[in-house]
Design a protein around this ligand. Structure first.
Ligand code: ADP
Ligand code: MG
Length: 297
């Protein structure tokens, strides 16, 4: 009996079709928990979290303040130690993955060095790792082209707008060609228009680099627009409450935000969050003002 030919394998080399069909796990978190100050007041920031992220996904974490989004990202990035459970990144313990420069990180503040040019900010991690000058320059000019800042390579951070500075931070995080990009509210400080432009830009970068992205946000529209999956978290203790598949077609464009399916998904995420807010209220907690504001907008 002859095997059925795979629809994708006829024109593609077998290697690449194999890559496409076999799901590679970039993040695997099992039974992950984090308690701060266990001997004192003991804040359980995260409890029993399981999360798998496959290669090429764009997963957003959303939830009220204090539900452990940053803690989860920091555990995956090995910036803090887990109290329970384990994290694998590309099949290796998070510590090893960090030392192997397998992920890049971007935070809300771009943290650029004002006395270094844009290009030399992007090159900084490569300098620390003693990459040869020619290679550093090759990489920084490729990355600045990617974030459309090649004309600003010789400028200083203070000569750039907030959105441009954040693009420099993204280029710097991509300096080692990481398979995983961890982003903690990277556009939280930007105005709405700039944020929407950055969302489009990030979608293009994600597609061009094929990097897997784990993204923390407070914005429901942003989470829906960007993601392949939205992970809704709840506080006290931080847990994963729901995971919503975002089945909007790619590429996501300006028009995506006007599609009926987009609105349906925004409502779905909003309702999941409202359920959490109501539970928090009943519990005597204060709802997060930012979430409420965006939920009503
Ligand atoms: P989010 O990013 O969702 O707003 P965080 O992960 O920052 O939430 O925080 C989760 C919980 O852990 C909160 O209750 C917060 O106060 C607590 N927490 C975070 N970092 C620390 C820390 N370094 N020490 C003590 N408690 C912390
Ligand atoms: Mg946070």
């Amino acid at each position: 009996m002859t095997a059925q030919p795979q629809p994708t394998s006829s024109s593609a080399p077998s290697g690449s079709s194999e890559r496409r069909t076999s799901v590679r796990r970039v993040v695997e978190a099992r039974g992950l928990g984090k308690t701060f100050d266990p001997d004192g007041a003991g804040v359980t920031a995260l409890e029993n979290v399981d999360l798998e992220v496959s290669a090429g996904e764009f997963v957003s974490l959303i939830g009220p303040s204090g539900c452990g989004k940053s803690t989860l990202l920091r555990l995956i990035g090995d910036l803090t130690d887990a109290t329970t459970g384990e994290v694998l990144v590309n099949g290796r313990p998070a510590r090893q993955a960090r030392l192997g420069r397998e992920y890049g990180m971007v935070f809300q503040a771009p943290v650029l060095m004002d006395w270094r040019t844009v290009a030399r900010n992007v090159e900084l991690p490569l300098e620390v790792m003693r990459f040869p000058k020619a290679e550093r320059e090759r990489r920084s000019s490729r990355l600045l082209r990617l974030v459309e800042l090649d004309d600003f390579a010789g400028k200083y951070p203070w000569q750039l707008s907030g959105g441009m500075q954040q693009r420099v931070a993204i280029a710097r995080a991509l300096a080692f060609d990481p398979k995983l990009l961890l982003m903690d509210e990277p556009f939280g400080a930007l105005d709405e228009m700039t944020r929407e432009r950055m969302n489009l830009e990030l979608m293009r970068i994600w597609r061009e680099t094929e990097t897997t992205i784990l993204f923390v946000t407070h914005s429901i529209p942003e989470a829906v627009f960007l993601s392949t999956r939205v992970v809704v978290m709840s506080p006290r203790p931080g847990r994963i409450n729901r995971v919503i598949d975002i089945d909007l077609p790619h590429p996501r464009t300006f028009d995506t935000r006007e599609q009926r399916r987009y609105f349906e998904l925004v409502i779905e995420v909003r309702e999941a969050l409202r359920g959490i807010e109501m539970a928090v209220d009943a519990d005597g907690g204060r709802p997060d003002e930012r979430i409420v504001a965006e939920g009503l907008s």
